[in-house]
Write a protein that binds this ligand. Structure first.
Ligand SMILES: Nc1ncnc2c1ncn2[C@@H]1O[C@H](COP(=O)(O)OP(=O)(O)O)[C@@H](O)[C@H]1O
Ligand SMILES: [Mg+2]
Length: 428
């Protein structure tokens, strides 16, 4: 019995020892592998590869698009140094800024903040005084008289799609003729122009309506061309003053999707040249105008296209051009007021997004909005202006009651937006 117990004890000890030895050898094995991992060449590759992979995956999510972007921006502006610390938005801004500076290098450089903004949310009087006159009422009146009195001697391409033709008058001046498939387009184009007039926005070239009377004096010389274009004789077309030397306009950095918008606390404002600021001033009028008319065929369509075209904002904005002296020209407003209101359901959230990105306004434009909100007679004033200036107003027709209400509602919403901006930024 004692012999059996002694043997069992010896066996137990032997098992314990072998267990300890096994655990020790495994531990040593693992420790050794770890050590080799830090110091041995082959294992270093394995280690760093896995570490790098996870880091790269993480960076890929965060920085690869930015790197691609900056490459692209450098391509756009070859004058930019490759300062890798600079954020893409800054690069865009500098690119834009450089362009504007070049354009009006004779103008004085940057203004101080207090010289840029007044009463919390308004561009200063000083800036407003520098603003280009655009197409003044006097200019428009003279142009309308000339365009109505002159004969059209040729029609050719040069104003976009084939339903727009570049007309040359007998005095050598030119106009873009628009032929609408239906009345909506010509109404939209014409009424948008008169709404801009009502708001004191002078960025749209003057317009007249004309009846395509190919037996009459004005259109007689281009009868064959009109027939060839399959334009119905007797249709009402619009003619807009043709402006020479226009170039494209890229949406400025504060109004792009990656920006926080155009508001009075934007630090970049102080770095801008007067020309750069004046362009922004005109953009704020454009945004008000496109919101009121629900014109999606400019900034809003770009915003929509971002879903499948990430770089759409880096290209020229549709239907917006610039004169060599820096005036923005809002062309092709045929989507406004009529067609734009018909398809509001689809576009409204984009219109609201664009409007909410702006909390800076021209005082005069804001004052017009306040007046129209208080008097609640936008329809009446627009109709009076249109009838007063355009002899064919009755024939082309005007906004339906429903669309006139939509316009007044948009005035009211814009008014509230201006008040909200004032609340938010008046503590300046
Ligand atoms: N008033 C104008 N003055 C000078 N060029 C114009 C004018 N209107 C249009 N154009 C030229 O025609 C192009 C297309 O004009 P747009 O009216 O937008 O046509 P579409 O109906 O084809 O979009 C513009 O980019 C510009 O080059
Ligand atoms: Mg167009």
């Amino acid at each position: 019995m004692r012999f059996v117990s002694a043997n069992l004890l010896a066996l137990f000890l032997l098992c314990t020892c072998s267990c300890v030895l096994y655990v020790w050898s495994r531990l040593e094995d693992r420790l050794g592998r770890q050590k080799r991992g830090f110091h041995g060449a082959g294992a270093l590759f394995a280690y760093s590869k896995s570490a790098d992979l996870s880091a790269r995956t993480f960076r890929a999510l965060l920085t690869v698009p930015a790197a691609q972007k900056s490459h692209h921006y450098n391509r756009i502006d070859s004058h930019n140094s490759s300062n890798t610390k600079e954020k893409p938005a800054n690069i865009v801004k500098r690119n834009y800024h450089t362009h504007v500076t070049k354009m009006t290098s004779n103008k004085r450089d940057a203004l101080r903040f207090s010289e840029i903004i007044e009463d919390g949310i308004f561009w200063s009087q000083r800036l407003d005084d520098h603003l280009p006159v655009g197409f003044s009422e006097e200019h428009a009146r003279t142009w309308r008289q000339r365009a109505r009195g002159n004969l059209v001697v040729s029609l050719e391409s040069g104003c976009g799609r084939v339903s727009n033709q570049l007309a040359t008058f007998s005095d050598g001046s030119k106009a873009c003729v628009r032929y609408g498939i239906n009345a909506d387009q010509i109404q939209g184009e014409t009424l948008s122009y008169y709404l801009a007039n009502l708001l004191g926005i002078t960025n749209i070239p003057p317009i007249i309506l004309s009846r395509l009377d190919v037996d009459g004096e004005q259109w007689g010389s281009v009868r064959q061309r009109v027939d060839g274009l399959q334009w119905s004789a007797g249709a009402i077309v619009s003619l807009t003053e043709w402006v020479a030397n226009l170039t494209g306009v890229v949406t400025p950095a504060p109004l792009r999707q990656e920006s926080r918008g155009l508001h009075p606390l934007l630090p970049e404002l102080e770095n801008k040249t007067i020309a750069g600021l004046l362009e922004l001033v005109q953009w704020t009028d454009l945004i008000i105008f496109d919101y009121l008319t629900a014109n999606f065929d400019r900034l809003v369509s770009n915003l929509f296209s971002l879903q499948w075209d990430a770089r759409v904002m880096e290209r020229d904005t549709s239907n917006l051009l610039r004169t060599p002296s820096g005036d923005l020209v809002f062309i092709d407003n045929e989507a406004g007021l009529v067609h734009g209101y018909r398809v509001l359901d689809m576009w409204e959230r984009y219109h609201s997004t664009v409007l909410s990105s702006v909390c800076l306004f021209r005082k005069a434009t804001a004052q017009h909005i306040i007046d129209l909100h208080r008097s609640r007679d936008t329809r009446m004033r627009l109709l009076e202006l249109y009838r007063d200036r355009e002899p064919l107003a009755t024939e082309l027709g005007f906004l339906s009651d429903e669309h006139a209400r939509t316009l007044q509602n948009r005035i009211d919403r814009l008014y509230k937006h201006i008040l909200n901006c004032k609340d938010k930024y008046s503590q300046l």
